[in-house]
Design a protein around this ligand. Structure first.
Ligand SMILES: Cc1cc2nc3c(=O)[nH]c(=O)nc-3n(C[C@H](O)[C@H](O)[C@H](O)COP(=O)(O)O)c2cc1C
Length: 188
């Protein structure tokens, strides 16, 4: 029985992993009373989507790209993701203000345009990221200094939680619609 929601992610320094945990936690809180469960896993630990009735993919953004294992995940499961409710979020921009404005309207890497178009996710959210300097290696620190990106943890937990709640509520309402329809069909 497909009674699980998968929140899967790519993350180099753990910031996006923590967002994925928060998203999965909020979804679980809302769906659990209805006998549904949420799992959170890095993409390289996902070996099948058979148990899942919905999927959320969260990616860190590096130089305008998602980590390559995110692209591998999308390519591997493209035909299944086409048939499931599927949401994507990215975590990257730092500084105050709307994250999509901070990243100049970017929603996903240009190279994945046709793949994303074919899969058709329900939403492509962009959340602020965590650019805490102590997490970065020397090369990354140099890049951040050159591009003068604001450093610090800018993750907006309220926005993240609201987004996760919307996903859970959408799933529940679609599920109850399906149940009502099945009930009507058995009564006619
Ligand atoms: C070398 C480097 C390049 C980055 N490039 C971008 C970028 O192009 N766009 C962006 O919004 N954020 C960029 N970021 C910020 C990261 O996306 C942000 O720190 C994110 O929260 C990292 O997630 P993680 O902790 O899961 O790896 C970059 C960070 C580093 C260190």
């Amino acid at each position: 029985m497909k009674n699980r929601v998968l929140v899967t992610y790519t993350s180099r320094h753990g910031g996006t992993a923590e967002i994925a945990e928060k998203v999965a936690g909020k979804i679980a809180e809302i769906i659990h009373p209805y006998g549904l469960y949420a799992d959170v896993l890095p993409v390289d630990r996902v070996h099948s989507l058979d148990a899942y009735q919905a999927v959320v993919l969260g990616n860190a953004v590096y130089a305008g790209q998602w980590p390559k294992e995110a692209v591998t995940f999308l390519e591997t499961y493209q035909s299944v993701l086409n048939t499931l409710p599927f949401w994507i979020f990215s975590s990257g921009p730092t500084g105050e203000g709307n994250p999509v404005d901070l990243i100049q309207g970017w929603r996903y890497p240009t190279a994945q345009h046709s793949l994303i178009d074919q899969i058709g996710p329900r939403d492509l959210a962009v959340f602020h990221g965590d650019l805490s300097i102590d997490k970065l290696n020397i090369g990354e620190r140099l890049i951040i200094k050159v591009v003068k990106a604001p450093t610090g943890d800018f993750r907006d937990w309220d926005a993240i939680t609201r987004w996760a709640a919307t996903i859970a509520e959408t799933l529940l309402s679609e599920l109850s619609g399906t149940k009502d329809q099945q009930l009507e069909e058995t009564q006619t």
